[in-house]
Design a protein around this ligand. Sequence first.
Ligand SMILES: [Zn+2]
Length: 305
Amino acid sequence: MTADLTNPILTNEIAAIAHLETSRWAAGVTCPLCGSDKAKKMGGQTQAGMFLCGDCRGKFTVRTGTVFERSHIPLHKWLLATHLMASSKKGISAHQLHRMLGITYKSAWFMAHRIREAMIPAADAGPLGGEGKIVEADETEISPSRTTRAKGGRKRANNKRFVALVERDGQVRSAVIDGRGLSEVRKAVRKNVAKGSILHTDGATVYRGLMPVGTHEAIDHDKAFARDGETGRVHSNSAEGYFSLFKRGLVGTYQHISPAHLPRYLAEFDFRMNTRTKLGFNDLTRAAAIVKAAEGKRLTYRQVG
Ligand SMILES: [Zn+2]
Protein backbone atom coordinates (compact mmCIF):
# COMPACT_ATOMS: atom_id res chain seq x y z
CA MET A 1 0.00 0.00 0.00
CA THR A 2 1.27 3.42 -0.87
CA ALA A 3 1.02 6.64 1.06
CA ASP A 4 0.21 8.90 -1.88
CA LEU A 5 -3.07 10.75 -2.20
CA THR A 6 -4.46 8.37 -4.86
CA ASN A 7 -4.68 5.57 -2.29
CA PRO A 8 -8.35 4.38 -2.34
CA ILE A 9 -8.61 4.66 1.47
CA LEU A 10 -8.29 8.43 1.01
CA THR A 11 -10.84 8.71 -1.82
CA ASN A 12 -13.32 5.88 -1.40
CA GLU A 13 -15.58 5.43 1.64
CA ILE A 14 -15.92 1.63 1.40
CA ALA A 15 -12.14 1.24 1.15
CA ALA A 16 -11.67 3.62 4.08
CA ILE A 17 -14.10 1.71 6.32
CA ALA A 18 -12.51 -1.63 5.39
CA HIS A 19 -9.05 -0.22 6.11
CA LEU A 20 -10.04 1.10 9.53
CA GLU A 21 -11.81 -2.16 10.44
CA THR A 22 -8.78 -4.24 9.57
CA SER A 23 -6.34 -1.99 11.38
CA ARG A 24 -8.51 -1.62 14.49
CA TRP A 25 -9.63 -5.22 14.72
CA ALA A 26 -6.71 -7.16 13.28
CA ALA A 27 -7.29 -9.97 15.78
CA GLY A 28 -11.07 -10.00 15.32
CA VAL A 29 -13.90 -7.55 16.01
CA THR A 30 -14.25 -6.51 19.66
CA CYS A 31 -17.37 -4.68 20.86
CA PRO A 32 -16.23 -1.19 21.99
CA LEU A 33 -19.25 -1.04 24.30
CA CYS A 34 -18.65 -4.16 26.40
CA GLY A 35 -15.43 -5.79 25.13
CA SER A 36 -17.18 -8.93 23.85
CA ASP A 37 -15.82 -10.75 20.80
CA LYS A 38 -19.27 -11.98 19.81
CA ALA A 39 -20.10 -9.19 17.37
CA LYS A 40 -21.41 -9.70 13.86
CA LYS A 41 -21.67 -7.39 10.90
CA MET A 42 -25.27 -6.45 10.13
CA GLY A 43 -26.68 -6.85 6.64
CA GLY A 44 -28.61 -4.44 4.48
CA GLN A 45 -27.88 -1.05 2.97
CA THR A 46 -29.13 1.11 5.83
CA GLN A 47 -26.96 -0.77 8.32
CA ALA A 48 -23.76 -0.48 6.24
CA GLY A 49 -20.71 -0.68 8.49
CA MET A 50 -22.88 -1.50 11.52
CA PHE A 51 -22.09 -4.35 13.91
CA LEU A 52 -24.42 -5.99 16.41
CA CYS A 53 -22.94 -7.30 19.65
CA GLY A 54 -24.11 -10.79 20.63
CA ASP A 55 -23.60 -10.06 24.32
CA CYS A 56 -24.72 -6.50 25.10
CA ARG A 57 -26.93 -6.31 21.97
CA GLY A 58 -25.43 -2.88 21.30
CA LYS A 59 -24.85 -1.56 17.79
CA PHE A 60 -21.56 0.02 16.82
CA THR A 61 -19.34 0.94 13.86
CA VAL A 62 -15.60 1.30 13.46
CA ARG A 63 -15.99 4.96 14.53
CA THR A 64 -17.48 4.06 17.93
CA GLY A 65 -15.17 5.01 20.79
CA THR A 66 -12.72 6.90 18.55
CA VAL A 67 -12.13 10.58 17.73
CA PHE A 68 -14.04 9.90 14.47
CA GLU A 69 -17.28 9.26 16.38
CA ARG A 70 -20.36 11.47 16.10
CA SER A 71 -19.27 13.12 12.88
CA HIS A 72 -21.03 13.21 9.52
CA ILE A 73 -17.73 13.61 7.68
CA PRO A 74 -16.93 10.51 5.62
CA LEU A 75 -14.10 8.39 7.01
CA HIS A 76 -12.00 8.73 3.86
CA LYS A 77 -11.90 12.48 4.51
CA TRP A 78 -10.88 11.82 8.11
CA LEU A 79 -8.09 9.59 6.83
CA LEU A 80 -7.03 12.23 4.30
CA ALA A 81 -6.91 14.89 7.03
CA THR A 82 -4.89 12.50 9.19
CA HIS A 83 -2.41 11.85 6.37
CA LEU A 84 -2.04 15.55 5.64
CA MET A 85 -1.46 16.42 9.29
CA ALA A 86 0.95 13.54 9.78
CA SER A 87 3.08 14.49 6.80
CA SER A 88 3.11 18.31 6.97
CA LYS A 89 6.26 19.25 8.85
CA LYS A 90 5.05 22.68 9.87
CA GLY A 91 1.42 21.67 10.29
CA ILE A 92 -1.58 22.37 8.07
CA SER A 93 -4.12 25.10 8.69
CA ALA A 94 -7.86 24.55 9.05
CA HIS A 95 -8.29 26.84 6.00
CA GLN A 96 -6.11 24.50 3.94
CA LEU A 97 -8.00 21.41 5.17
CA HIS A 98 -11.32 23.12 4.44
CA ARG A 99 -10.26 23.75 0.82
CA MET A 100 -8.59 20.38 0.22
CA LEU A 101 -11.35 18.29 1.82
CA GLY A 102 -14.32 20.26 0.51
CA ILE A 103 -15.82 20.69 3.98
CA THR A 104 -16.70 23.81 5.97
CA TYR A 105 -13.97 25.71 7.79
CA LYS A 106 -15.68 24.99 11.09
CA SER A 107 -15.70 21.24 10.43
CA ALA A 108 -12.06 21.35 9.36
CA TRP A 109 -11.13 23.17 12.57
CA PHE A 110 -12.86 20.58 14.76
CA MET A 111 -11.41 17.67 12.77
CA ALA A 112 -7.90 19.04 13.19
CA HIS A 113 -8.40 19.37 16.93
CA ARG A 114 -9.73 15.84 17.26
CA ILE A 115 -6.75 14.52 15.30
CA ARG A 116 -4.42 16.49 17.60
CA GLU A 117 -6.23 14.90 20.53
CA ALA A 118 -5.32 11.50 19.09
CA MET A 119 -1.69 12.67 18.86
CA ILE A 120 -1.47 13.29 22.62
CA PRO A 121 0.65 10.52 24.17
CA ALA A 122 -1.32 7.83 26.00
CA ALA A 123 -1.50 8.18 29.78
CA ASP A 124 0.63 5.07 30.16
CA ALA A 125 3.39 6.27 27.80
CA GLY A 126 6.63 5.72 29.69
CA PRO A 127 9.11 8.46 30.60
CA LEU A 128 11.88 9.66 28.29
CA GLY A 129 15.53 8.75 28.71
CA GLY A 130 16.77 6.02 31.00
CA GLU A 131 20.05 4.85 32.49
CA GLY A 132 22.89 6.88 30.96
CA LYS A 133 20.68 8.38 28.22
CA ILE A 134 20.84 12.11 27.49
CA VAL A 135 17.66 14.19 27.73
CA GLU A 136 17.81 17.90 26.94
CA ALA A 137 15.51 20.28 28.79
CA ASP A 138 14.95 23.80 27.54
CA GLU A 139 12.22 26.43 27.70
CA THR A 140 10.99 29.00 25.25
CA GLU A 141 8.40 31.75 25.04
CA ILE A 142 5.92 32.21 22.20
CA SER A 143 3.03 34.53 21.37
CA PRO A 144 0.17 32.20 20.36
CA SER A 145 -2.04 35.16 19.53
CA ARG A 146 -0.46 38.54 19.30
CA THR A 147 -2.54 40.39 21.84
CA THR A 148 -5.57 39.89 24.00
CA ARG A 149 -7.74 42.61 25.36
CA ALA A 150 -7.48 42.82 29.09
CA LYS A 151 -10.16 44.26 31.35
CA GLY A 152 -10.56 47.96 30.69
CA GLY A 153 -9.81 47.54 26.99
CA ARG A 154 -6.05 47.74 27.32
CA LYS A 155 -4.15 45.43 24.99
CA ARG A 156 -1.51 43.21 26.46
CA ALA A 157 0.90 40.67 25.10
CA ASN A 158 -0.27 37.14 25.67
CA ASN A 159 2.92 35.17 25.77
CA LYS A 160 3.12 31.56 26.82
CA ARG A 161 6.07 29.50 27.92
CA PHE A 162 6.63 25.85 27.33
CA VAL A 163 9.35 23.38 28.14
CA ALA A 164 10.59 20.77 25.66
CA LEU A 165 12.23 17.58 26.85
CA VAL A 166 14.19 15.97 24.05
CA GLU A 167 15.95 12.63 24.14
CA ARG A 168 19.15 12.77 22.16
CA ASP A 169 18.23 11.09 18.83
CA GLY A 170 14.88 10.07 20.30
CA GLN A 171 11.50 11.25 21.52
CA VAL A 172 10.24 14.73 22.40
CA ARG A 173 7.69 15.76 24.99
CA SER A 174 6.57 19.36 25.49
CA ALA A 175 4.51 20.91 28.25
CA VAL A 176 2.98 24.34 28.71
CA ILE A 177 4.27 26.14 31.77
CA ASP A 178 1.42 27.93 33.49
CA GLY A 179 1.62 30.12 36.50
CA ARG A 180 4.78 29.74 38.53
CA GLY A 181 7.28 28.56 35.95
CA LEU A 182 9.79 27.12 38.36
CA SER A 183 7.65 24.41 39.88
CA GLU A 184 5.93 23.66 36.56
CA VAL A 185 9.24 22.99 34.82
CA ARG A 186 10.38 20.77 37.65
CA LYS A 187 7.07 18.91 37.61
CA ALA A 188 7.37 18.32 33.84
CA VAL A 189 10.93 16.98 34.21
CA ARG A 190 10.03 14.72 37.15
CA LYS A 191 7.00 13.35 35.32
CA ASN A 192 8.60 12.80 31.92
CA VAL A 193 12.26 11.97 32.44
CA ALA A 194 13.31 8.54 33.73
CA LYS A 195 15.61 8.26 36.74
CA GLY A 196 19.21 7.67 35.79
CA SER A 197 19.01 9.90 32.70
CA ILE A 198 21.61 12.57 32.05
CA LEU A 199 19.78 15.89 31.94
CA HIS A 200 21.33 18.54 29.71
CA THR A 201 20.19 22.10 30.35
CA ASP A 202 21.35 25.61 29.66
CA GLY A 203 22.40 26.02 33.26
CA ALA A 204 19.25 27.69 34.58
CA THR A 205 19.03 27.18 38.33
CA VAL A 206 15.51 25.80 37.99
CA TYR A 207 16.96 22.44 36.96
CA ARG A 208 19.36 22.14 39.90
CA GLY A 209 18.77 19.18 42.12
CA LEU A 210 16.27 17.63 39.71
CA MET A 211 18.24 14.52 38.96
CA PRO A 212 19.11 13.09 42.37
CA VAL A 213 19.54 9.67 40.83
CA GLY A 214 20.77 10.65 37.39
CA THR A 215 23.20 13.32 36.34
CA HIS A 216 22.68 16.96 35.54
CA GLU A 217 25.13 18.61 33.17
CA ALA A 218 24.51 22.28 32.52
CA ILE A 219 25.99 24.29 29.72
CA ASP A 220 28.28 27.05 30.85
CA HIS A 221 27.62 29.58 28.11
CA ASP A 222 30.93 31.36 28.74
CA LYS A 223 32.77 28.15 28.08
CA ALA A 224 30.18 26.55 25.83
CA PHE A 225 32.53 25.81 22.98
CA ALA A 226 35.33 24.54 25.17
CA ARG A 227 32.91 22.32 27.05
CA ASP A 228 31.40 21.02 23.83
CA GLY A 229 34.80 20.21 22.40
CA GLU A 230 35.85 18.59 25.63
CA THR A 231 32.95 16.23 26.17
CA GLY A 232 31.37 16.36 22.75
CA ARG A 233 27.91 16.14 24.20
CA VAL A 234 26.76 18.89 26.54
CA HIS A 235 24.36 21.00 24.47
CA SER A 236 20.67 21.64 23.96
CA ASN A 237 20.78 21.84 20.16
CA SER A 238 18.01 19.28 19.71
CA ALA A 239 15.62 21.29 21.89
CA GLU A 240 16.58 24.49 20.09
CA GLY A 241 15.98 22.84 16.70
CA TYR A 242 12.57 21.73 17.92
CA PHE A 243 11.66 25.25 19.10
CA SER A 244 12.64 26.68 15.75
CA LEU A 245 10.42 24.20 13.87
CA PHE A 246 7.48 24.91 16.17
CA LYS A 247 7.88 28.66 15.77
CA ARG A 248 8.08 28.38 11.98
CA GLY A 249 4.84 26.37 12.09
CA LEU A 250 3.22 28.94 14.35
CA VAL A 251 4.17 31.87 12.13
CA GLY A 252 3.86 30.19 8.73
CA THR A 253 0.87 27.89 9.18
CA TYR A 254 -1.23 28.76 12.18
CA GLN A 255 -0.59 32.49 12.67
CA HIS A 256 -2.94 32.74 15.64
CA ILE A 257 -3.78 29.95 18.01
CA SER A 258 -5.85 30.16 21.12
CA PRO A 259 -3.56 29.88 24.16
CA ALA A 260 -6.08 27.41 25.57
CA HIS A 261 -5.33 25.05 22.67
CA LEU A 262 -1.54 25.34 22.87
CA PRO A 263 -1.12 21.90 24.54
CA ARG A 264 -2.79 20.27 21.51
CA TYR A 265 -0.55 22.08 19.03
CA LEU A 266 2.47 20.99 21.05
CA ALA A 267 1.16 17.42 20.96
CA GLU A 268 0.93 17.71 17.16
CA PHE A 269 4.53 18.84 16.77
CA ASP A 270 5.75 16.31 19.38
CA PHE A 271 3.93 13.58 17.50
CA ARG A 272 5.60 14.36 14.17
CA MET A 273 9.02 14.48 15.83
CA ASN A 274 8.34 11.17 17.55
CA THR A 275 7.37 9.52 14.28
CA ARG A 276 10.06 11.13 12.14
CA THR A 277 11.74 9.26 9.29
CA LYS A 278 14.96 8.94 11.28
CA LEU A 279 13.07 6.85 13.84
CA GLY A 280 11.87 4.47 11.12
CA PHE A 281 8.49 5.98 10.20
CA ASN A 282 7.06 6.99 6.82
CA ASP A 283 3.92 8.95 5.87
CA LEU A 284 1.82 5.80 5.95
CA THR A 285 3.01 4.45 9.32
CA ARG A 286 2.83 7.96 10.80
CA ALA A 287 -0.84 8.25 9.81
CA ALA A 288 -1.48 4.68 10.97
CA ALA A 289 -0.05 5.57 14.39
CA ILE A 290 -2.62 8.39 14.70
CA VAL A 291 -5.47 6.12 13.66
CA LYS A 292 -4.33 3.58 16.25
CA ALA A 293 -4.24 6.29 18.91
CA ALA A 294 -7.64 7.60 17.80
CA GLU A 295 -9.25 4.78 19.73
CA GLY A 296 -10.15 5.63 23.30
CA LYS A 297 -9.64 9.34 22.69
CA ARG A 298 -13.26 10.12 21.90
CA LEU A 299 -14.17 13.77 22.39
CA THR A 300 -17.73 14.03 23.56
CA TYR A 301 -18.10 17.78 23.90
CA ARG A 302 -18.87 18.69 20.32
CA GLN A 303 -20.31 17.13 17.22
CA VAL A 304 -18.24 17.57 14.08
CA GLY A 305 -19.86 18.54 10.76
ZN1 LIG B 1 -21.10 -5.52 23.46
